[in-house]
Ligand binder design. Sequence first.
Ligand code: ZN
Length: 149
Amino acid sequence: MNINNEMINEIRNKVDIVEIISNYIPLTQRGKNYFGVCPFHDDHSPSMSVSKEKQIFTCFSCGATGNVFTFVADYEHIGFYDAVRMLGNKVGYNLGNSKITKNKNDEAYNIYKLSTKFYQNNLNTNLGKNAMEYLEKRKIDKETIKKFQ
Ligand code: ZN
């Protein structure tokens, strides 16, 4: 099946950017928008906002912005059309195999990456207060926390 603009719009209408992005990074709802740690820069507090209404993401720190396809493409390091195919297949289109080649350990690495982001994310919130106090007691400074996550 060929991918044209009409199909890209159809797929975009069928997927929810909040749902897709939360498969990659934990998102917290604040008002109308959702927030998470930005995967496109060295972020340590949630500076990326995801709008359900506009179906876009924006990072207030590094300026990364785009729609569901550009997020998946940038995150997975794949091309735009591969991201369209990947998301299209998810919502019932048969767009064939994309060129995504996955290492068999990728899934495990992704789980580690996700949990690291999750804990890093919470470290700067109320949930991380005890952990922060512990790190301070052990004289582990902010730079070291950042460096070794
Ligand atoms: Zn960013």
